[in-house]
Design a protein around this ligand. Structure first.
Ligand code: BGC
Length: 588
């Protein structure tokens, strides 16, 4: 598989309004609670500082009504410092001392149950710019809970949130309090390499990358274990405790439309085969009552929907195959079908693949992508309730955090965003991107409790090349290039990257809004062959995997940065495994 941005030219419109825009989430708060009342009341507020400079800031505030429908609303909070509101949008703002009151505009006063309004403002401050601690909507504290009207005293008490879920009920974060499945096939490969023992008991995802993988067809990619074998093994590993097993759904018709390395077995029009002979059998196996206690986490179709946004139409990055998949609708129909069929199973948790910051981090990519995710999640029988969250950086190399680069900062009076590396992107790393994407997805209509996953299998960027602090250069590009931990030649490079290391080990709840860091791409499995290799898997040869290739519009014509002598995508690649171990961050 591949993951690549649209890139090739800067996208920047000076003066363009970015109200409610995504951006660096410098702070976010979700707070509040209930008071006795006649009607059901409740609300949730997300306050995000989307931009900040030395004396001012832009904040975006998302208000979600969790109670009965409202015809008008008044939101109140208190600043903890000397923040002053300048201009605001989507509401009437007033401020007295630290107290702020915002009433609805004439077009957004009606808030259905679970309906949201987005407001925003520019403000000034000095000292600390703390996120307000508490918000009220029409006098009710917004803590994300709801108080029901006139409780019947004979009703059973509310369940304790720490109780295990009833059968048939999904938990908020499937990773919380659960063990993670170790795939014996990958584990054996890893343990067979010098030094590999140290990580061989980490959890990696199981890829259903062809119909044959469902039964386990002894392929070099999946070994002899089929889906049922893995689920049975997961039950055994669980030994009665909560257990997460991750399964990648990756077999759309016309797969990998902007690259060749992971072209798959199904032609562009084979949507019925996808549904009947791929998704249906997977759903049958997953819904077997023998597996009801597992938490089955799916990654839904890496790269597919992002490709329909960035690699189509008149963009210089467009490909014929992506245009075809956009026109025939089979990516959207396939994703919708997968969400619907798998989401209906009570213990399956779907996370839609959402590219990475170096692909979708530009405003003109992120907005349309979130809309497309929502379209797919509401196509056919699918609904937003079938989506538990999103995953970013699947099989990619984008750094989790760039500790020495502030994307909104300047060097010698020039904006960091203007550097060649950043190229006007709004993000430089996956954590900020994932958190902002979450906020935007909720604004677009996804449930407010969705969570994010980040594939940290190969984004460690440790080793001797890792900078230990910011550069002292006053030249913008030198500063960025010497400060960044991501050592790729270009952020659009995606194949077997030289210098990459293992990233954060899989773990639950690492940061606000992030359900888990996960290893979806099993470290040591190739992204694609570095030269053409005959095969019966439908895999092509993509020159982005050839170390001598000088690039294309999607990596702005840079060298590919790929390791040589690589086998087909998914096949074991010992030399890459050694690089990943050596450059691990945190170190192994
Ligand atoms: C390949 C799949 C493989 C997966 C995990 C993808 O790039 O196309 O065949 O299962 O990577 O290694």
């Amino acid at each position: 598989m591949r993951s690549q941005p649209h890139r090739g030219r800067a996208r920047w419109w000076p003066g363009r309004a970015v109200a409610g825009a995504s951006a660096l989430a410098l702070g976010a708060a979700t707070l509040a609670v209930a008071s006795p009342a006649q009607a059901a009341e409740g609300c949730e507020v997300e306050y995000t500082v989307v931009n900040e400079w030395s004396t001012g800031f832009t904040a975006s505030v998302s208000i979600t009504n969790l109670g009965d429908a409202l015809n008008s609303w008044e939101l109140e909070w208190e600043f903890s410092g000397d923040q002053r509101i300048g201009n605001g949008w989507n509401g009437s703002f007033s401020q007295s001392g630290r107290a702020v009151t915002v009433t609805n505009a004439n077009y957004n006063g009606t808030l259905a149950t679970n309906g949201s309004a987005q407001i925003g403002f520019n403000g000034t401050f000095s000292g600390e710019n703390e996120v307000p601690e508490s918000f009220t909507l029409n006098g009710v504290v917004c803590d994300g809970g709801t108080n029901e009207p006139d409780p019947d005293p004979t009703d059973p008490p509310d369940p304790d949130p720490t109780d295990p879920p009833e059968p048939g009920e999904k938990v908020d974060n499937p990773f919380a309090g659960a063990d993670m499945y170790v795939n014996p096939i990958w584990s054996e490969n890893a343990a067979g390499e010098p030094g590999g023992d140290a990580i061989a008991d980490e959890s990696t995802a199981v890829w259903m990358d062809r119909r044959g993988a469902i039964e386990g067809n002894d392929s070099p990619t999946t070994g002899s274990m089929g889906l049922r074998d893995h689920l049975e093994e997961a039950v055994a590993q669980a030994d009665g405790d909560p257990m997460v097993i991750q399964v990648v759904i990756y077999n759309l018709p016309g797969r990998d439309c902007a690259a060749l390395a992971s072209n798959g077995e199904l032609g562009p029009d084979e949507i019925d085969v996808y549904k009947n002979d791929y998704i249906d059998p997977i759903a049958d196996i997953m819904s077997d009552p023998a597996f009801a206690d597992l938490r089955i986490v799916t990654t839904i179709e890496p790269d597919s929907l992002p490709n329909l946004v960035t690699n189509v139409g008149s963009r210089p990055t467009a490909t014929e195959n992506c245009n075809e998949m956009l026109a025939n609708g089979n990516y959207v129909e396939g994703v919708a079908y997968a969400l619907d069929q798998l989401g209906a199973i009570p213990n399956v948790y779907n996370y839609i693949d959402a590219g990475h910051h170096g692909w979708l981090g530009w405003d003109d990519n992120l907005g349309p992508s979130v809309e497309l995710f929502h379209d797919a999640a509401t196509t056919g029988g699918a609904s937003v309730d079938d989506v538990h969250g999103f995953i970013v950086n699947t099989a990619n190399y984008s750094a989790l955090e760039e500790p020495y680069i502030d994307v909104n900062g300047t060097v010698n009076g020039q904006q960091i965003r203007q550097s060649s590396w950043v190229d006007w992107n709004r993000y430089v790393d996956e954590l900020s991107f994932a958190q902002a994407l979450r906020t935007r997805a909720v604004s677009a209509g996804f449930n407010s409790d969705i969570g994010m996953l980040i594939d940290t299998s190969r984004n460690g960027w440790g080793g001797s090349e890792r900078p230990s602090g910011p550069s002292s250069s006053t030249n913008l590009n030198t500063f960025v290039d010497e400060s960044r931990v991501d050592r790729r030649i270009h952020v659009g490079n995606w194949c077997n990257q030289s210098g990459a290391g293992l990233g954060e080990r899989p773990q639950a709840n690492p940061e606000p809004g992030i359900d888990a860091y996960v290893w979806v791409k099993p470290p040591g499995e190739s992204d694609g062959s570095s030269e053409f290799i005959e095969n019966d898997e439908g895999k092509g040869f993509d020159r982005m995997c050839d170390p001598t290739y000088e690039g294309n519009a999607r990596n702005n014509f840079n060298m590919s940065g790929a390791l040589g002598n690589a086998p087909l995508s998914g096949h074991w690649f010992p030399a890459q495994f050694q690089e990943l171990l050596a450059n691990a961050h945190p170190p192994v």
